[in-house]
Structure formats: structure tokens, C-alpha cells
Write a protein of this length. Sequence first.
Lengths: 557, 615
Amino acid sequence: MRLLSWPSITQLLLAPLVVGARASEYNDYSENLLLKSLPGNSILASFRFVSNGTFDSHHSVFPRSLAQILQQSQTKELHLKFTLGRWDAEQWGRQVWDGRTAGGTGVELWAWVEAADDSEADARWTTLNNALSGLFCASLNFIDSTRTIRPVMSFQPAGHHSPESLERLHLLHGTLPREPVCTENLTPFLKLLPCKGKAGISSLLDGHRLFDAQWQSMSIDVKPVCEESGKCQLQMEQTKPYAGGDSCFPLSGVTDLPWSLSEMFGRPIRGSCPLAVVPTEEATHVCVNIAEQRSIFVSQGSEERKKSPELRCFILHENLDFDIVLPELSPSTNILLTPPPVYASRSLTGHGQERGGIQAVLNNPSSNSTVEFVYLESLPWFMKPYLHTLSVTISVKANRNIVQDIYYRPALDRKRGTQLEVRLRVPPGETVLLNYEFEKAVLRYTEYPPDANRGFDIAPAIISILDPTSQKSTFSIRTTSLLLSLPTPDFSMPYNVIILTSTVMALAFGSIFNILVRRFVGADEVIGGSLISKIRGHIMAFAAKRRRVGGSKPKTE
Amino acid sequence: MSILTSLRSTRILKLLPLVSALCILVGVAWLLLLPLDDYSRRTYISENALLPGQVHTYFGGSEQDVFRSYRHEVTALGKNASADGSGVMAEKIGGIFDAFGLKVGKQKFEYTAAGGVYAGENVYAVLQAPRGDATEALVLCAAWVNTEGELNESGVALVLALARYLKRWSLWSKDIIFLITSDSRAGPQAWVDAYHDLHAPPAVASLPLKSGAIQGVVVVDYPTSRGFESLHIVYDGINGQLPNLDLINTAVRIASGQMAIRTTLQEMWNHDNQYKDRLRTMLRGMVNQGLGHASGPHSSFIPYHIDAITLQAYGDGWHDEVTLGRTVESLFRSLNNLLEHFHQSFFFYLLMAERRFVSIGTYLPSAMLIAVNFTIAAIALWLKSGRQNTGEEEKSGDGRVSEEKRRLIESAGEAPSAAGQPVVVSEERLLLLSMAFVVAIHFLGFIPLYLFNNLDEKNFNSAFNIFTLLNIVLPSALCAIFTKSFAPTPLHFALIKCFSLLLLGMFLSALATLNFSLSFLIGVFSSPITFINPTPKRKWTVGTAWMILLQGLTPTTALVGVALYWGEPLSEILKEAAFGWRVWGMWTQVVVWCVWWPAWIIAGVQVAGSWAVEA
């Protein structure tokens, strides 16, 4: 969206950090908040925290906890995303920051790990996952080999890597579509910030209000900028529920509802973070992107910078609370939304327990430019796609050049999942249907989760839009995740069967075994405890033996 | 060894028909016992997550005004707005959904069955769950025209009002799809097929908008603008498949417990929960299940393993749309709680009152016993056919019994020796001709199957009359041709009956696990077949009596019976069947024409054979 009107932020990110300039450490951290009104009385609040630092410095704002993990696992670049809900591109347009900061539903992690070979990379990847799992209170340790893929076309490193080190870097990617994102993930995130949510725009980040939003995404991107630098970013969108319509025939939302920061987040901003960089004309604290006609009231002590009619920015005072109030406005106003490069939706087809299919609908909304992108699917091993059923159909013309390239890595049972990357080129205004079928594997009964009948979550597909000249990913989109139902045994039945068969076994086997094994002897043949009775028993047994040899029947009782 | 020997003994062979008869008697008696308190159970909620009726419902107040305004809109559009091909209904309803900020999709469809064209346009809207991830969905549906052909004015208006109302809640964990189908029969089928991408374009259009896996469907049928007296819960799916019992229990509990609405099942408007009413409810349910047709818009969802029910407002009473709206709201709150797909409770059950049921373990033996009677009779015939000669010998003389007894005593007293063996003289069975005949008759069943599924509806009446007449003379004619061409021996007839019964027993026992009611009904109708003696040494009067009895038990008679039961003309029933075959994927006809009818024809041939061979 308004990324182009944010040259300052872009510049700040890419500005090479002067390493060792310890005097400038306070300036290593900057934060800003963008509030954007969206159609349907929704507000997008995009928080952005950037901290620069080096691993070896003890006084850096770059969090040591994260730095140590990265050092330990030899991770050179890290992208970790926590996402809840879905981004409705048709209603809200394209995502901020080119969709690079939002992951798919659940947790998504990818990193470039420096290692000599694949096995070493795997070991370091496991180390990284386990450490991050502890740091962020998420089940990242469950990203094992079955959930890890090595994308070939979809991702390119964003940081600066020397050509020699690039050769030693391994890209690993893992997803946990099932992971619910909640406050326990937010708290460690806030702890990474220098002001820890006590001051500055991070003081708005309260779990109670934050997780009531329609869609929210939290991402941590660490990349080397000449040396090492880290960048953390949190995006959140808060929606006001549509209220009103007391008339007999309800009118649709014709007014812009009033809102304020303290109403949305439950509290105002508690001044600016003293550790952040001194704001300049370009780098302001809070920006509001609303229609020109809407009036806006702010707290005292802040300075306004109008960058364009639709973008009003504010610099906060260090010790004064800051709030924004927007009154109601009728008729409704909207800022112009830019559509994303591709509209993507994905759904399951077919029914039954044996096989199914996936259909992805990819639409290029542009009227004049062809879009080229990589469609990446990371499927679990128990979902076995048939590559020969992969079909790409376009709505109108029989265009044979849609599929440019396919990279496919088949699954190995219980070892690794399927990785499918398809490079597609969609002509302007066309819709492409990507279909393939798959077979559902039957799992061992211990492999089912406790809520087996819910189904299994399939990670969102990742669509990376490629730049036509450089073939580098410039924009990324995630589809929603899917719920795959597998043939599920009735788990209470084995229990019943086990109980029943055990009983039958115990009764039948026990009694038969007893009859077969037990030696029936006469009461007078029983060998007693004492020595005398033992001897007598032996004599009796001997006598009995002689009698049997003699032909008469043994006496039994 | 001893079992085989004893099976071959005449005594056991004599007993087997009695065992068959006993199986039928016990099977029927078993079913009649089910409504008793000792054999049925009270329903209970098995899935703890549902928590039915544990929430406050807030639908009401100004929502009622909104509802009324929508009802005016629906009434103004009229009944024909959905079917006239203009797309007025979809346009208007789509516009209303759009005003709520919901995403709207439309779907055109057209089916051709029995010469009739069934076209329309469905319209639906998706309420995306806040914070949701589009993995699961619930459907709230109303057909524009209900199963009785009335304009579902309050039902559609209620879905619209609820769409607006439910949109304001932020607690939904699943997407909610609001679906208005243009009719109750083809529309839901077209929609659910397209949702799973199993439709046949271009006759049925693809859906422009989809959500996640559907977890539950509630259909609202409220065709009047007056208050209603009780809530009729319709649950039968296509081919006798049923939704999970938990869904019905939840609906019953919410309606009667929370909202104090009386609930009824299977059109039993007055139910005193005594033996007679329970039995009638159960039998009505079994007839619906056995016919396997769609009893409401919900039926089309059930084959996709989506649990669905229809809530029908019945009678005149003091409950109004707000009560129904609150029932639906509470039901959706319960469904929203679901963490897993419905799986806890029963999928195979017979309901006999809204809170009383029997599960498959209890009722299945009755249909199985009836199916087993055919198998036992077939085994008896097989054994008998192998010892034809000795059987002749034994028939003479009254001292047979004592002789038999003596032999039995001997064999019991001593270890089984070869002494008893020579009595059994095995005869060579002439298999080819008998088998070929049975297989041919079974293939003959494809003719009526094809005929009644592909004829034009205008010809149904005349076709049925001609077929009925042919059907009466067919066994005799077939028998005449058979005896003239192949000169069969009595052994052939015995083997034909043996194979026919074996097939029938096999099919019915397999069917009992899929559609208990159909298997039971066909089993009862064809139970006299077991007792037709293939030996062609009978008086012609006995043969005639058998023939008359058989003619009373043909599939065609059953069709007439169904028409009388529903009070509809016969051509309507045949039309429904052809429509079901084309659109719903109903396979009741296959069972009737390829399992039951061949068995009946062979029985007729046996009876006719008793004259033919003698002559």
C-alpha cells in the first residue's frame, strides 16, 4: 500500500550500520506505527520496531537472547512469523510491506543456516527450532524433518551475504499451521524490545485487545546488514464490529464509525520510547492513513507532520500520553486500495476417506501486466499427491506457457513431506485453476493427534511474486490453511475390542491351559512339606508307576 | 467331521425349513420388541463440546422488525422468482447479503431427469469467522420453495435476519455460509456437489466462493407468516444415510429444553411416547430410510459425511420466528463449540420418539436373521440336491423315524465310524444350466432399471401398466420357454432356487449394514420365497394359491403401496425415483430391480414349474 510514501523507513532499514560506534547505540532502535483505515470500518495497525546491533556488543539494543540462539545455530538470516486469522485481500487490498512480514496461519519459520553439508544444516536447524521454541513459547520444536522443506525458487536472502558465505548457506523452511497464536507468544516478543511495552508505541500491545482482532500477524526478521542487524515487526489489524441499523429495513454501513487509540487498544500510547532514535521529519512515530475529509484530534504535546493529504504523521513527546480520536463521519469515506498482484484461494475437492484433490484459484487482477510467481506447497507425508494429475487450466485461451518450471520433491513415509514448487505466468485479467489429486495414507493409530476427528491442518500455500527481470521474489501471499480429514479409526472400538478379547482370552486360554498343564493326582499322592511325607510321596509315586506299567488305570480324582 | 455328517442327516435337513421360519419370526418379533423400554434407550449428548442450551440467546427485539421487512421482500418476490430463470431471487437476496458486508456467490444449475428440466439459481453468502482461518464452516440454509412446493417466506427471511445478526458476533470459530437454494430437491444437491468440485459443468456451475470443510448444516423450513405449534425435525438422508445422532439430540434439547418448543419426528404430530406411537414413528422412519429419497434440502449433504437436519415449523401456535431464530442461534453456538467433526454419537440408529432410540447393535439382528433365513434355505437345498436318491428312499415307510433314531443313537454311542456313510448317496449336480438361468434373470433386472430411469415422465403411467401386466405373465412364460428349450429336471429347479436364495441372502445381509430398513422391508416381502417347494409334484390348486400370493408381493405392488402411502399418483413416485437416480445418486432402484425382482421372478418360475414339469 503506502510503502512508496515511506521512503524514510525503507532507507533506515537498508542503511548500513556503523559497527563499533558505541556512542550511537541509542540510535540503533526505531519504532513506528501506521494506522490505516480499511473498508468495512476496519483499521489496520501496523507496528514496526527496528533494532540494529552486533552479536558481540554487551550494550546493544539487539536482544541478547536471540543473538545467542542465532550464534549457536550458525543462523545467518531468520524469518519467524506468527499469524492468526486470514487477510481478506478482496476487501482490504494488498498487504503492507509487500506481504513480506505476514506468514501463513499458525507459525512459519525459515532461515539460512551456515553449514558444510545437509546433515549439519539439519542438526543446526533442529537446534534453532528448539531454542526458538523455548524463547517464544511456541511448539516450534515440532518442526521436524517431515515438516521441513528446502525451497528452491520461492525465497531469496534479504540481507547482505558475501558470495563465499552464500555457498555455505542452507535455506530451511518449516510450518506449523495448527499452532494457535496467543499472549504467551506476545510476551516474549515484547521482551525483545528495549522499552518492553512500558513506553513508546509498544505500550499499546496488550494481549486482551490484540487477540480480539480479525487478523493479526507477528513477525521477527533478522538479517545481516553489512554486519549483523535485527529487525522485528508486528502487524496487527483491529476491527470494529459493525453496529447500527435500527431502522426497519437496515441500511448498509454508510457511516465511518468513530474510533480512538484508547478505545481500540484499551489504553493510549505512554509517551515515546526514550531508547528509540530521535525522530526526524522522515522518521515519525505514528502515522495515520485515512481519507482526506476525515478530521482527526490528537493529544497535546505531539507534533504533526503532514506528508500527503491522506497520510498524517505525529511525533510523540517522551513523557506525555498520546491518543488519537476520529469522530464519526457520514457518508463513508475510503482511501484508494491497491489490489494485490494475485488473488489466491485454495480449497479441497472430492470427498471420502481414500483420496481427494486440491484446487487453487489464482487470479491476476491487473489489466495490462502479466504476473509471474512461484506457487509453493509443503504437504505432509500422509497426503500423497499424484503429480500426473497436476493440471493447470486457464479460463479462456489455451495458453501453453503458463507453467514455466516445476520443482517436485516426493514424500518419504514418516521421513519427509512433499515439496512442490510451480512457477507460473498468468496473463493479465486471467484466472488460472491449478488442480491435483492426492491419496490419503492410513496412519498408525499412535500417529493420530488426540483430536483425530478434527482433521489435519495443511499448511498454506506460499505464492512469491517474481520480479520479471531479476527473478527475485518481490511480494508474497499466503492462502488459507486447509483441514484434511483422514480415515480415522473409532478410537473407542479398539478399547472395547481389547477389553473383550482380553476377557475371552483370559477365560478360554486360562482354563484350557490350566487343564492341559495341570497334572491331576490323587489326594493321597500329594507331596507334602516335610521330609517324611516327601519320601512317602516318592514311594507312592513309584508304586503308582509300577501299577500303571502293570496295566491297570491310574487313579485320578 | 461329525458336524458335516449330522448336516447331511435327513433329520437336520427336515429341521432347516423350520429354522428358516424361526429366523423370520424372530426377526420380525425382534423389531416389534424394540419400542419397549427395555430394548430402546434414552438419547443422550455424547459429544461434551456441544453444551446444548448453555448460552443466552439474544436474537429478538429490533431484529424482529428487520425480519418482518425481509419477509415482505420475500413475499413480494413470490414463489416463482427462483425458478423462472430470470435470476431475480438471486439478485435480490444477493444484494441483501452484500449490504451486510458478506461475500456473495451465485450458482446456476440445470438437471434433466425423466424428460423434465430442473433449473434454478442458488445464492449464498459467507460470513468469515473473525480470527478464523477458513478451515471449517457451518451452513444455515433455507430453500426458496420447500418440499411441499410452498414459498418458504419466513424461513428465507429468518436466514437473512440471522445473517445480519450473527455477523455482529465476534465469537465464531467457523465460517458460516448462508445458503438460499432455489428449490428443495435439485438446488442443495447442485450446491453441495459444486462445493466438493464433483459437479458436472456446464449444467451445474462451479462455485465462485468457497470456505472450509462443512461441519454441520441446519435447514429452516417455515413457509407461513403465522406462529407455529411444534418443530418437526427431519433427518433422513439420501439412501437411508443418517446424520449423527448428536445433532438431532442437540436440536431436540435446545428446542424443547431451552425454548420450550415441542419437537416431533416423522410427521407424528401427536406422540404419547407409548408403545404404539413409538412403533409407528420407527416404522415411518424405516419406510423413509428404505425408500432412500431426499426428505428435505438437508438430505443432499449427508452422503458427503456432513451432518444435516431440517427444522420445520408445524401447525398453528404461539411460537414465532424469534423463537425459531433463537433456536437456530443456540444451535449454531453449540455447533460453533465443536472441536472435531461429529463422530462421538451414532450414525446408525432408529428413532422412535424424540428422546428414544435404538442403536445398530440392537436392531441389526432382525434384518440379519431375515437375510440369514434365505441363506439357510439355500444351504438346505444344496445339501438336499446332493442326496436326491436317498431322499426318495426314505420317504417311504413309517419306520423311518425309528430307524433314524437308532442310527443316531449308534453314532452317539460310538466314535463316528464309516457305518453311517453309505446312506448318503451323492448325486452329480447339474450346475451350468441352473447358474446360467439365475444369472440371466439377474441381468434381466437391468431392463426395468434402465426403462424407469430413462423414460419420459409422460409415459410413466402407460409404461408401468404394461410392465405390471407383463410382470404377471412373465414367470409362467419364462418357465414355459425354459422347460420347452432345456427340458430341465426337478434337480435343476432345486438348484435354481438354491442359487437365487443364496444370492438374495448375501445381498440382503450386505445391504443390512448399509441400509437396514431397505434390507428388512425387502426381506419381509420376499420371505415366502423360502417356502416355495421346487419339487414339481403338487396339486394345481396349491400352485395357484402360491402364484396369487406371489403376485401380491411383487415390486410393482410395493410401488403401488408406496403411492398409496404417500397419497400421490404413481407417475409422481416414478418421477421421484428417476429424479433421485439422476440427481441424488439414489440406488434404491438398483436393489429393487436387480436384487428383489430377480428373486421374485425365480420364485414365480418355481411355482409355474410345478405345473409345467408335471404337464
